[in-house]
Design a protein around this ligand. Structure first.
Ligand code: BES
Ligand code: MN
Ligand code: MN
Length: 453
């Protein structure tokens, strides 16, 4: 590791802990001031690290932090993307230490956002500082750090569309994904898209006594459960007509290549305390969670859920549903197909309403580009083994837009692990991973600049 990094390790960690103390939950308006404070924090740190033109770009929602260092317009430009917002920390009672009071225990930083994405985003700020102080920055850099990734990035989409010149670059660099293991680095080469929506089923016009009316009127919760259950068949295929129409099937060669990535079903089950796995017939677990589309209920409610019992047939039932999409499905198409299907299977005894939330398109990134090769060499140098390309099941909606609007491919240099439990209680990020990121990123710049010549 270079001297500057080892000498500044404690400070690099403490600065991250300071940022993790600010609860920047974008989904909950209660945290508005904290989200705004986090944007200021990132702006200040970027400025100290040596970027010019640092600014908060206002949007209809939370601001985008922008900063750049143009050393020579004839050199290539790397556009770094990350997000400073985090998921809600609920349920708080399941955290071993409070989510916004970060602690380092057994080599891991525990806090909401430790991995997703404050820890990973901040690696880039520190890697940039390292290159500035060591005088080794080999190309131009632009930083674009947003505060609404966890709620769909719709204002960033607008920003990208109207700031194409400002964002002109040669490649996008992102650390907001994971890798297979600390001794098996990987580079993410695909992300799933997303259609997210909410449904409402209405039965009678008021809550009813379940003895006086039970059996004679539709119970919207019962009906909603039946409707949801019917959307998977006995082979766990999704039953929405046309759902798979645009799904690109992988060739046998591509599937065989995927199957070479190390994976242990036993370890997988053990880590989740499952006695068996579940999923679409005909596909492996790795395929199910990356190259195949899904439909999942994220939350369902209605009726009485307080203490004790209350005998009632509720008037309404609700659910939040997400569908993960793969090439060449589009969020618009799938939201439409879902809506039409959901309305068509509703019995006449209820009324249904489908409310679309946000969407994002799936993306696959090239493995034969200069940028991919530079990233691969960088990991190989710091980890001692060549990273494996892996398609991920997660979504970062803006990545497909970077391609469609700016014409730019992204390199997804993630350093998180599945065991970091992002979005869950006790999210963590390894100190090893944080430092490895800070060490590997400057090597990406070095090889990218060299190989672009
Ligand atoms: N960083 C994650 C996405 C991710 C994690 C991709 C790990 C690959 C590996 C991102 O912050 C995220 O959580 N995205 C959301 C999408 C959004 C529209 C709420 C997701 O995937 O649920
Ligand atoms: Mn993220
Ligand atoms: Mn996330």
């Amino acid at each position: 590791m270079n001297n500057y990094i080892s000498e500044n390790k404690d400070r690099f960690l403490n600065e991250l802990l300071d940022m993790l103390r600010i609860p920047s939950v974008s989904a909950d308006p209660k945290f508005k001031q904290d989200v705004l404070r986090t944007a200021e924090f990132v702006k200040e740190r970027l400025s100290e690290a040596g970027t010019d033109k640092v600014e908060l770009c206002e949007t209809a929602g939370y601001p985008i932090v922008y900063g750049e260092k143009i050393i020579d317009p004839s050199l290539p430009t790397v556009l770094v993307y990350g997000h400073y917002d985090v998921q809600p920390a609920d349920p708080y009672e399941l955290w071993n230490s409070p989510p916004f009071e970060p602690v380092i225990k057994d080599g891991k930083i525990y806090a909401r956002g430790a991995c997703d994405d404050k820890g990973q985003m901040y690696m880039h700020v520190k890697a940039f500082e390292v290159m500035m102080r060591n005088n080794t920055l080999p190309c131009n850099v632009k930083f674009m750090i947003e505060g609404e990734e966890e709620v769909g990035s719709s204002n960033l989409a607008t920003f990208v569309k109207s700031n194409k010149e400002k964002l002109a670059a040669d490649v996008i660099l992102i650390s907001d994904t994971g890798m297979l293991a600390n001794d098996t680095p990987s580079i993410t080469t695909g992300l799933r898209g997303m259609s997210y929506l909410e449904v409402e089923v209405t039965g009678p016009n008021r809550d009813l006594h379940s003895g006086l009316y039970g059996g004679a009127v539709a119970n919207p919760i019962n009906i909603l459960c039946q409707m949801i259950a019917s959307m998977h068949d006995e082979n766990n295929h999704i039953t929405i007509p046309g759902f798979y129409d645009n799904v690109v099937e992988l060739s046998e060669e591509e599937r065989a290549e995927m199957a070479r990535a190390p994976f242990s079903l036993e370890k997988y089950k053990k880590a989740l305390d499952l006695s068996d796995i579940h999923g679409e017939e005909g596909y492996t677990t790795m395929e199910r969670n990356s190259i195949r589309p899904t439909l999942d209920v994220n939350g369902i409610w209605g009726g009485y859920i307080g203490e004790g019992a209350k005998t009632v047939i509720p008037s309404k039932a609700f659910a939040k549903i997400s569908m993960r999409l793969v090439p060449d499905q589009t969020s618009e198409e799938i939201t439409e197909k879902f809506t039409r299907h959901f309305e068509s299977i509703a019995p006449a005894s209820v009324k249904v309403l489908v409310k679309p939330h946000h969407g994002g398109e799936p993306v696959v990134t090239p493995t034969d580009s200069v940028a991919y090769k530079a990233a691969s060499r960088a990991y190989e140098e710091t980890f001692g083994v060549k990273p494996i390309p892996v398609r991920s099941g997660g979504s970062i909606p803006i990545v497909a837009m970077f391609k469609s609007e700016l014409g730019l491919d992204s390199v997804l240099m993630g350093f998180g692990l599945d065991s970091d439990a992002i979005h869950s209680p006790n999210e963590s990020f390894g100190v090893f991973n944080y430092m490895k990121g800070i060490e590997t990123i400057p090597l990406f710049y070095k090889y990218y600049a060299e190989m672009s010549r």
